[in-house]
Design a protein around this ligand. Structure first.
Ligand code: BES
Ligand code: MN
Ligand code: ZN
Length: 499
């Protein structure tokens, strides 16, 4: 996909297959819509008076308007002007991008980012446009023998802007493109069936990224090497499956970043390519969705891709602990006590609480990088879905500054997280008579006790945990990975480099 800017003053002179302009729900035309309306002798106002109410997530296509060179004008509803914000703008760009794909045009021009709104800049609005476009072009067809829909022809999107602002818009487009490519990689890995997207495949994907981007270096540890690291908790999960586990270390080291003396930021992802529950096996209904239990890992890879494409001026290290959770004669079982890499022992009371077992060793591994901060993401608990639904990811940290930075990054990126409690008072639920801790804390506050478990492995650095069980994928007819929380993470990392 190519992204560019266009600085012609006379919008009506612009030759394009599709020209996007916004109209508010109260009938107020944006300046771009107003200009086109004038040139077209009131054609847009006429439609707004009759059929089109400017509601959010709606659009109307006007063809071959006299006085206008564009083949079509796509009038996009912006919703109420009073509540027009970053989210409403992103939704409008998405509506426009989806419409362009639906019309199967090969290029289009958007004026939507020229409409100012609170908490945004031209750069962030251009970023949203590029991200929306790439989202719209995503197709899952890897395992379909026939094309359900033909591949979209859309090749080029142009932002209409003033000459003075063109560079700011270009910067945003570049960022949105990197985020969009990261999001779509994360979605593809999530959507892939678990017989293809195995731990080994995730390792191969990391290696491919390291080949493609020169700032990336990769190491993929095999079972033997994982044993040598004494990751006893991770291995107790991996052992139940014939599919070999991997531990991925993917490092983005831009030139000179180290010499500026900033410690790296480490991202850690849960990479269960399938979670059957193990001996504590899950019910059959919807168990296929547990192929998405590697979405934390996929978002680490997607974020690393974005960081590399952006050549972010900061060392970032992605860690992925990946295996399957299966019942077998070698599987861990309720009552087992295992020793984690940290030396702490764990009584496994439910083999379905495997994410924390895998993550705790990855979090211990992270210590060696003397990180500035560690952020893990995991489809960790059904309880988090109960608490927050599919709107917000759950954010757990004791570090107020880190919480604030992540929450505001999420808000700015339209990929929101909601802070949850992580008080010591919950820790007692993890009490075990036979080990240093149990791997479950009972029904109450299930997502909090899972985070409490992880907190016992993160005492030597600043740490935050994102529970993405409710946000990483959608169920139902439109089942599919969302690519969250890649936008939040990239936004956070950009903010950490002062961008
Ligand atoms: N991967 C699941 C969490 C999950 C379940 C995410 C459903 C999204 C939808 C995790 O490994 C798990 O099974 N957690 C258990 C923990 C429980 C046994 C303490 C859960 O949430 O039921
Ligand atoms: Mn589980
Ligand atoms: Zn799981």
């Amino acid at each position: 996909m190519e992204f560019s800017t266009q600085t012609t003053a006379g919008l009506h002179q612009l030759r394009t297959a599709a020209l996007g302009v916004g109209v508010f729900a109260d009938g107020v035309l944006t300046p771009a819509a107003e200009a086109l309306d004038m040139a077209a002798g009131g054609a847009i106002k006429a439609v707004v008076k009759s059929d089109f109410k400017g509601k959010a997530n709606t659009h109307v296509v006007l063809r071959q308007l006299s006085g206008i060179k564009a083949e079509r004008v796509i009038v996009v509803g912006l919703g109420k002007q009073k509540s027009y914000n970053a989210g409403a703008h992103a939704a409008a760009e998405q509506t426009f991008a989806n419409a362009c794909i639906g019309l199967d045009v090969n290029e289009a021009v958007s004026t939507l980012s020229s409409v100012e709104c609170e908490g945004t800049s031209l750069r962030s609005r251009s970023r949203a446009l590029a991200l929306a476009t790439l989202r719209a072009t995503y197709r899952y067809d890897l395992t379909l023998s026939k094309d359900v829909e033909p591949a979209p022809r859309l090749k080029k999107i142009t932002v209409w802007t003033s000459r003075a602002n063109a560079n700011e818009a270009k910067q945003g487009l570049h960022e949105g493109q990197a985020i969009g490519n990261g999001v779509n990689l994360t979605r593809l890995l999530g959507d892939m069936p678990p017989n293809l997207c195995t731990p080994t495949y995730l390792g191969e994907t990391a290696k491919k990224l390291a080949k493609e981007f020169k700032t990336l270096k990769v190491e993929v540890l095999n079972r033997k090497q994982i044993e040598a690291e004494k990751m006893g908790a991770f291995l107790s999960v991996a052992n139940g499956s014939d599919e070999p586990p991997v531990f991925i270390v993917l490092r983005h080291s831009p030139k000179g970043a180290k010499t500026r003396g900033k410690a790296p930021i480490v991202l850690v992802g849960k990479g269960l390519t399938f979670d059957s529950g193990g001996i504590s096996i899950k019910p059959a209904a919807n168990m296929d969705e547990m192929k998405y239990d590697m979405c934390g890992a996929a978002s680490v890879l997607g974020t690393m891709r974005a960081v590399a494409e952006l050549e972010l001026d900061r060392e970032v290290i992605g860690l992925v602990a990946s295996c399957e959770n299966m019942p077998s004669g070698r599987a861990n079982k309720p009552g087992d006590v295992v020793t984690s890499m940290s030396g702490q022992t764990i009584e496994i009371l439910n083999t379905d609480a495997e994410g924390r077992l895998v993550l705790c060793d990855a979090l211990t591994y992270a210590e060696r990088f003397k990180p500035e901060a560690v952020i893990d993401m995991a489809t960790l608990t059904g309880a988090c879905v109960v608490a927050l639904g599919h709107v917000n990811s759950g954010l757990f940290t004791k570090d107020d500054a880190l919480a604030e930075a992540l929450v505001s990054a999420g808000r700015e990126a339209g990929d929101t997280a909601w802070r949850m409690p992580l008080e010591d008072a919950y820790q007692e639920q993890l009490h075990s008579r036979f080990a240093d801790m149990a791997n479950i804390g009972g029904m109450p506050a299930g997502s909090v006790t899972a985070a409490c478990f992880l907190s016992r492995y993160t005492t030597s650095y600043r740490w935050a945990h994102l529970d993405i069980a409710g946000t990483a994928w959608k169920s139902g007819k439109d089942k599919g990975a969302t690519g969250r929380p890649v936008p939040l993470l990239v936004q956070f990392l950009l903010s950490q480099t002062g961008e």
